[in-house]
Write a protein that binds this ligand. Structure first.
Ligand code: AMP
Ligand code: MG
Length: 360
């Protein structure tokens, strides 16, 4: 398949959709309406979109990603009214979360209607729904006139795509259109809340944080077990995707949990790996990088993802950094860990999964 690459030049430069951009978005929307696949930008990561109502389209999405078919897709809508036809019931808590956090980086799991086939939900009777805030995503969904099933636009198992170049790497020749709207702002996937029970449950931490949800709901939502640690054999996570290997670069990742001794611990661990003859690469904050550079005679490769004080910058650059390590000739990646509050929870969740829970 020949993939059409459409770049939204004016939007990337100005943040506004020009008439020329709009024509390209309309072209992509037509592809969606006709059952094609479009990779498109959102505020979290790039999505690989198709008509959520069509079993054949969902099957093509799984095929393009190489994704196991029991791992359900998130359905994207352009406005809150789009929820009605998808959800058989909207609880009071669910309505509160929609009102407070949409449009935005939050997905809500609700009981589905017959409009969404089991092919889209990985066989579940629930559906995950999100209304993104990204202007291009919203315009695309609106113009297509269909609910858009869109998992992250990466090949299954790889780090999520946060630029159109990542999408080309993973999906060129496998989708009809790649719509380039520049790099994603947030850089980690949406927070997922299960709204089907008495109380909301966090299935995946994201930029709508536990703290934010607690303010909206009046109680602190629990996290599903699969968020906290590896499941034992036979245990089923509520979000089926959480059981699969994720975000994995080619080299193994060792995640260094934050401790009071600060960067000394990271230096010690990197030095130990290098003493065993391993070629090490470090993914860390600017502050840690400065420390390592001035404390090593023979410093390892260091990839910085921003200041420790700027969580958004860390989230924004994380997946790019993980992807970029693939081109380096290394045996191990040592990653700096961060404290698990606010957006730090989502960052650490992705790092732990990239490390296959290999923490120290
Ligand atoms: P991605 O599309 O890569 O952002 O991954 C979507 C995530 O949403 C996966 O972890 C899925 O398991 C989860 N998900 C999608 N639909 C549902 C659902 N109906 N119930 C629980 N989790 C879901
Ligand atoms: Mg994904």
């Amino acid at each position: 398949m020949q993939t059409r690459y459409l770049k939204l030049e004016d939007y990337i430069r100005t943040g506004e959709i020009s008439p020329a951009d709009k024509a390209k978005i309309a072209e992509a929307a037509k592809v969606l309406a006709e059952g094609g696949l479009v990779a498109f930008p959102t505020e979290t990561v790039y999505g690989l979109g198709g008509d959520a109502r069509r079993p054949d389209v969902s099957r093509r999405i799984y095929e393009a990603k190489g994704r196991p078919s029991d791992n359900p897709l998130i359905v994207h809508i352009a406005d809150p009214d789009g929820m009605r036809p998808l959800a058989s019931y909207i609880s009071a808590d669910c309505r509160k979360m929609m009102d407070a956090c949409w449009p935005g980086p939050m997905t809500l799991v609700v009981n589905k209607t017959a409009l969404i086939p089991h092919e889209t939900t990985g066989g579940l009777d629930t559906v995950a729904v999100r209304m993104p805030v990204h202007k291009v995503a919203r315009e695309l969904i609106r113009l297509s006139g269909v609910p858009v099933a869109a998992p992250s636009a990466n090949r299954s198992g790889r780090p999520s795509t946060t630029t159109a170049a990542h999408c080309v790497e993973d999906l060129d020749g496998r989708v009809d259109v790649i719509l380039d709207g520049g790099p994603c702002d947030i850089g980690v996937e949406s927070a997922i809340f299960d709204m089907t029970g008495d109380r909301a449950v966090i299935l995946r931490p994201g930029a709508v944080t536990r703290e934010m949800a607690a303010k909206v709901l009046g109680y602190v939502p629990e996290e599903d077990k699969a968020v906290k640690g590896p499941l034992s054999a036979g245990e089923k996570p509520k979000a089926p995707g959480m059981k699969y290997r994720h975000y994995a670069p080619k080299a193994p990742v060792l995640l260094v949990l934050p401790e009071a001794e600060g960067f000394e611990k990271i230096k010690r661990i990197v030095a130990a790996e290098m003493a065993q003859g391993k070629r090490a690469e470090v993914i860390c904050s600017d502050e840690c990088a400065a420390f390592l550079r001035s404390n090593f005679d023979n410093a390892p490769i260091i990839r910085t993802i921003g200041s420790r004080d700027d969580r958004l910058s860390l989230a924004h650059s994380l997946f790019s950094a993980l992807r970029e390590t693939d081109t380096d000739d290394i045996d191990i990646i040592v990653a700096e860990g961060f404290s698990e509050d606010e957006l730090g929870r989502a960052i650490m969740n992705r790092l732990k999964k990239a490390a296959g829970w290999n923490t120290i």
